[in-house]
Design a binder for this molecule. Sequence first.
Ligand code: GCB
Length: 592
Amino acid sequence: MRRLLFFLVILTAAGCSASDFYPLIQNIPDRTIISLDGSWHFIVDPYETGLKARFYLNAKAKNKQDLVEYDFDKSDVLNVPGDWNSQKKDLFFYEGPVWYEKSFSYRQREHVRVFVSFGGANYFSRVYLNGEALGEHEGGFTPFSFEITGKIHDGDNFLVVEVNNARRRDAVPALNTDWWNYGGLTRDVVLVEEPETYIQDYVIQLAKGSYEEVSGWVQLEGSTSAQQVTFEIPEAGVKKTVSTDAAGRAELHFPAKLELWSPAHPKLYKVILSAGSDKVHDSIGFRTIETRGTQILLNGKPIFLRGISMHEEAPVRGGRAFTQQDAETLLGWARELGCNFVRLTHYPHSENMTRLADRMGLLVWSEIPVYWDIDWENPATLQNAKNQLHDMIARDHNRASVILWSLSNETPVKPERLTFLRQLAEAARQLDSTRLITSAMNHVDEAGPDTRTLSDPLGEYLDVLGLNEYLGWYWGRPEDADRMQWKTTWDKPLIMSEFGAETPYGRHGALDQRWTEEYQVNLYQHQIAMLKKIPSLTGLSPWVLTDFHSPRRFLPGIQDYYNRKGLVSNLGQHKQAFSVLQKYYREIETGK
Ligand code: GCB
């Protein structure tokens, strides 16, 4: 069962004062949810007049003289969840504020705390209930919530949310991305009810370095005195009761004999936590992940990551993906390709993805959108990136599938960027000491005509090195791969996190003709031959599973605002290179 969890975060980067705390939602309990998904009225506000005109009051003209220059009830509707760009043709390129409004009724109950929760809204949101400001949130891909106990009315209510996807130099990401800036309430919106004291967060996993001990912690919110928390894994015969301290926290540590989670055996155990009248059900896998020299060890054994990179773009329908079915289609294609690993780029994907990856046995690289060049010297930008890192980790820290937290993608080598990313690496380790830290880098030294060395100083702070190399597309020819040697300064595992070539599905030509399936096939074949010769290579995630919308891809008749490096087209057609990679993965898996 899915479950609600809260934790506190300081949102300084969102423009709130440092003393403002917001609870965030992680998972959602079936029993206490009231969905606010569906139709929301909206007003497009390109000149940013809504705040001054107080759209959040959802006002109506009181008489024939009254001047009110907006009316949500008579305005068009958008579906939530969903981005506005793919729902309304005129909004395809729109970047700026859109005001959403939803009226709903609510039946108040005694001793219940109520929260409004957003799975994700791109990019900056201001939220109002019944005309009153609840708060703001910055970051397009992480969940957030506000407590509305005492603010929600018995009977009629309305929520107004201003969502603004305008790009900013100081934001994360900043001004430039090679993906569509889909704006809006892109994930579920729900009301959640909780008892007065509730289980706010927990971590449950194998104790570091052990296969027979489970450790973790539980955090209660709302209690002022010590409380009993009971923890159960019924299938393993585990039932333990612990007491919380004055801060509502209890540590867990006990022996348990558990089958280990792995891609070949994605075993999940039902885990139950109870405290007072609150109860949490989760499904958790138990595994270890570590590195030894250039190897990644899963449950103590070396594993090679047969991966693919992917965007969260809805197959066939287009726009931002958000449904369970979207996740099943995307991860289903990864599975068909023979993957045991997916790189979810370039931002945290929806929780559907990581939960499904847990069930399917796909290992996950999860990333925050610190992408290309950002405002490295701006403390608010750093705080914003830290918040997004925190929220990504907090949402998924019980997912066995997630083994890698990625801090960044293709950032320029310069001192201020190193200082920034070093601090993110430290923050990630503090938040989660059990998973591996990585980044996708792209700066290499030319150590000779046919030798490239990854010596980016960021490597020092990572557990696993990611390299986006693009030999044969952005530089050199596909055949140059035959002679190319790759070295790294650091004795650490290396993942070739991107390479690829662009072609529309069904466009054919000679092997050396760009924008053809043949070119893409040829490039994959030479890449694979090259990759087999890299001793420290511990995995790959070529670019990319499916074609995706991009504002930087203009070529008429070929790109038409799509990045076409997908192995699968935006309509779900498999290009020929899909089978080339599939064959390689089959060889690795079967050893033949
Ligand atoms: C990259 C980026 C990715 C782009 C890709 C491309 O290196 O990491 O976001 O979409 O190259 O196709 O150029």
